[in-house]
Design a protein around this ligand. Structure first.
Ligand code: GLP
Length: 250
């Protein structure tokens, strides 16, 4: 069950590949369940999918989506909330009915109940067909920070200091970055039919190589993806620069 590698030249080509895999899935299964990610990496992929919707009539009308995570304490109207991000970068530009989009509610009065309900909604939708992922510099997927085990489920977590630093580029001041988030678990992600992890830039090279070539360990949560039967990393050359090729390349 090796992770499949797809190394392309540029971030734009990463987006092209990822968008065409998502579009093919939607064509084959118009009511597919998509797992979505935030962060800067998937933005060009969303742009391409929006173009396909506008120019080629790719329809999301029967698609259901689940997002990986949400900051605790930010209202939907906050421009750094992941609900706001998804609306700005994707949902407002396509034909998906808002009630078919699911993002954990970071203002839920009972976070544990919100997390349990989120897991139940994924189950009721029939599970995620394809989950799109980014990766943090410390190997986190969603907000599963180092220490997250492969059997973790949707839960409230504390964001790691290095992630707060990395994500502070989107806020006026590091003190404004929320310290907690609701995140799906590693096990929640591993239940998807297919996983596509996108990474671009040399600052992701270490995390990507640990995930792919390192031992499976909670120290590098993305390494748990080695247990998945259908996981592909789509990387630009910079993100792939520390990779050792003990796995098959296609
Ligand atoms: C955040 C998100 C992750 C994302 C990561 C990397 O912490 N919770 O889902 O993968 O950032 O983001 P970027 O793509 O901007 O490097």
């Amino acid at each position: 069950m090796a992770i499949q590698l797809d190394i392309v030249e540029t971030p734009d080509k990463v987006a092209q590949k990822a968008a065409s895999i998502v579009a093919n899935l939607i064509q084959a299964k118009p009511n597919a369940v998509l797992g979505l990610a935030t962060g800067s990496t998937p933005v060009p992929t969303y742009k391409r999918l929006v173009q396909m919707h506008r120019k080629n009539g790719l329809s999301f009308a029967h698609i259901t989506t689940f997002n990986l995570d949400e900051y605790v304490g930010l209202p939907e109207s906050h421009e750094q909330s992941y609900r706001f991000f998804m609306h700005q970068n994707f949902f407002q530009h396509i034909d998906i009915p808002p009630e078919q989009t699911h993002i954990p509610n970071g203002l839920a009065p009972d976070p544990d109940q919100e997390c349990e309900a989120f897991e139940s909604k994924i189950q009721s939708a029939g599970g995620v067909d394809l989950w799109l992922l980014g990766i943090g510099h410390n190997g986190h997927i969603a907000f599963n920070e180092p220490g997250s085990s492969s059997d973790s489920r949707t839960r409230l977590i504390s964001i790691a200091p290095e992630t707060i630093t990395a994500n502070s580029r989107f806020f006026d001041h590091p003190s404004q970055v929320p310290r907690q988030a609701l995140t799906v678990g590693v096990a929640t992600i591993l239940e998807a039919g297919k996983i596509l992890l996108l990474a671009t830039g040399k600052d992701k090279a270490l995390a990507v190589s640990k995930a792919m070539n390192g031992p499976v360990s909670p120290n590098w949560p993305a390494s748990a993806l080695q247990h998945h039967p259908d996981c592909t990393f789509i990387l630009d050359q910079e993100a792939a620069s520390l990779m050792t090729f003990t796995h098959s390349t296609r």
